[in-house]
Design a binder for this molecule. Structure first.
Ligand code: GZL
Length: 318
């Protein structure tokens, strides 16, 4: 924790959105980066933020990081990108909270000659408005989740879906992958779908309403682990057994879902790697050096099940 405290002190933090930084000190020769983060909505997001700040804190002699927490508001992310442009940073990192609404500010960055890296989520813009996307194949994650759910249900049963933030690429593409694969399993019925905004609290609230509305729920799929952890609370409060009576499949691979699997209350998590700090700064350094990057730097990830969770949990980094 001490290391992280040092990092936080060393990184210019912008919360809410009031920007503190002045013009960059180009004479320092450092790589000067602005990162517009979504917020702190999930354990996964916190792990990603830690990865970025920790890497910057370990490289203070060569990296200057300006970090903005947009509190899940697109307008705050746009303000942060504009402030980074005004500062004249070398590279901008952005985790777009939703896919749309970015053209204007990204054209401003392009006109200022500042490359933009999309980190962990994509935006619907033309290829000339961003340098690369560092992140997962969300469609593949959704397909993996559906295959696991079909296996757990013996290819038959009723499933409810807890969906991520409306409009977010991670939510849209995971659902596409999940539903496309589920279409191959006609005896599995998707009986309800609703957004839990990637948060534990909202995931619990939505699952409570599903449990009141449907007498037979055999499985719950969630676009992230935090929502399924909320759903597990709701299932237990309704007097049912998560992990046995109602199977769970979710995405991220955070420590909390491994603890639930060890307790027998969750069944599967599809990993989505948040430890993107090293890849992000490597890409930023290469862009500053004038290198051209591939449009997608894909994260590699696995699938983790209840049966091996007690062995796996010791090596989890987030
Ligand atoms: C995935 C990331 C998602 C996580 C959620 O790359 O964008 O956002 O799956 C987080 O936990 O809120």
């Amino acid at each position: 924790m001490k290391k992280l405290t040092v990092v936080l002190m060393a990184v210019s933090l912008l919360t809410g959105f009031a920007f503190a930084g002045g013009k960059k000190d180009a004479s320092s020769g450092k790589l000067i980066v602005g990162f517009a983060q979504i917020g702190q909505e999930s354990g996964w997001r916190g792990a990603e933020t830690n990865s970025i700040m920790f890497y910057a804190g370990q490289n203070l002699d060569t990296i200057q990081l300006h970090f903005a927490d947009a509190q899940q508001k697109q307008e705050n992310q746009i303000k942060a990108v504009r402030s980074f442009i005004q500062m004249g940073v070398d590279v901008i990192g952005l985790a777009p909270v939703v896919e749309t609404g970015w053209e204007t500010v990204l054209k401003e960055a392009k006109d200022a000659g500042i490359p933009v890296i999309f980190v962990d989520r994509m935006a619907k813009v033309s290829d000339d408005l961003y340098a690369t996307f560092i992140g997962s194949d969300f469609i593949d994650e959704g397909m993996k989740a559906a295959k696991e759910m079909a296996r757990l249900l013996g290819d038959n049963g009723n499933v409810v879906m807890l969906e991520g933030t409306v409009g977010a690429s991670a939510a849209i593409d995971r659902q596409k992958g999940f539903l496309d694969e589920m279409a191959k399993h006609p005896n599995i019925k998707i009986i309800a779908r609703q957004s839990g905004d990637f948060t534990r609290a909202k995931g619990k609230e939505v699952m409570e309403s599903f449990l009141k509305s449907y007498s037979k729920i055999d499985g719950v799929y969630a676009d992230n682990d935090d929502m399924v952890l909320g759903a597990i609370e709701a299932i237990k409060e309704a007097g049912k057994k998560p992990g046995t009576e109602i199977k769970t499949v979710s995405v991220d691979g955070v420590k909390g879902v491994f603890e639930a699997m060890v307790a027998g209350e969750a069944n599967v998590t599809v990993e989505c790697n948040p430890l993107l700090g090293p890849q992000f700064f490597d890409a930023a350094k290469r862009l500053k050096a004038g290198e051209k990057l591939p449009k997608w730097i894909k994260s590699e990830e696995g699938v983790f099940r209840r049966e091996t969770a007690a062995k796996d949990i010791g090596s989890r980094q987030y």
